[in-house]
Design a binder for this molecule. Structure first.
Ligand SMILES: [Mg+2]
Length: 229
């Protein structure tokens, strides 16, 4: 792991789900289940078959939504509204995260494969939304998700980000490959939850996840920010 010098960073980029809150929280499973329900209804499939399609598209297209749009020409808006309409109470806000993010010098962003509205709901609940200078959701990148290259390029373009002076935090190891290639520093946020039911390439990172494009790893985002900045 390379040494980290926070004074070299002007742009702090955070994924949302399972990154700004721990993947250990029993929260994201609600979204996951609502996706299955929506797909089951939309394609007229039994839940088990809908789930197979959901995970297959997630692996192949970056998000299940992108696969549904590409293969079935689905309208994204009703899907996003439905799957992000979830109970926020399993997410316990902690004081550490707002403090740590507020203390960062430079601009701060949320860059999510979810909707902007979802970022606002979750970010507000966690007490951090007002601290960000920009929020990019899937609708801002023509529904082309990370880990594809084009959304990162567009994101950096719009916010005038020099990747050599940027750092990205993600729980998905495949979503850090392009940022590293572009010149960003990368931090993988891991969890202790059991994700073995997820396809290998899309499951959130655990402590044993590794890749050559990962510079740093932490299971505690607030602590990492506090200790390294
Ligand atoms: Mg994530």
């Amino acid at each position: 792991m390379p040494n980290f010098d926070a004074s070299q960073i002007n742009h702090w980029i955070f994924d949302l789900d399972n990154t700004l809150y721990s993947g250990d929280a029993a929260f994201f499973s609600q979204i996951d289940k609502k996706m299955t329900l929506f797909i089951s209804d939309y394609l007229g499939l039994e839940p088990l078959d809908a789930r197979k399609i959901q995970k297959q598209y997630l692996a192949e297209y970056g998000t299940s939504l992108s696969g549904l749009m590409a293969v079935h020409g689905m309208d994204p808006a009703p899907f996003l509204d439905f799957v992000h309409d979830v109970d926020l109470s399993p997410l316990t806000p902690c004081n550490e995260l707002p403090k740590a993010i507020e203390a960062l010098e430079g601009k701060k962003y949320i860059f999510t494969n979810g909707s902007k509205k979802h970022a606002e709901n979750v970010g507000t609940h966690l007490g951090v939304f007002h601290l960000f200078d920009g929020v990019y959701g899937i609708e801002d990148v023509n529904y082309i998700p990370k880990p594809q290259r084009s959304p990162y390029i567009k994101f950096c373009d719009v916010f005038d980000i020099d990747p050599d002076k940027a750092i990205m935090f993600e729980d998905s190891v495949r979503n850090l490959e392009v940022p590293k290639f572009m010149g960003m520093e990368t931090v993988l946020v891991t969890s202790n939850a059991d994700w073995h039911h997820e396809p290998k390439e899309t499951r959130p990172a655990s402590a044993t996840t590794d890749a050559p494009w990962v510079d740093h790893k932490t299971s505690d985002l607030s602590a990492w920010l506090r200790d390294n900045t």
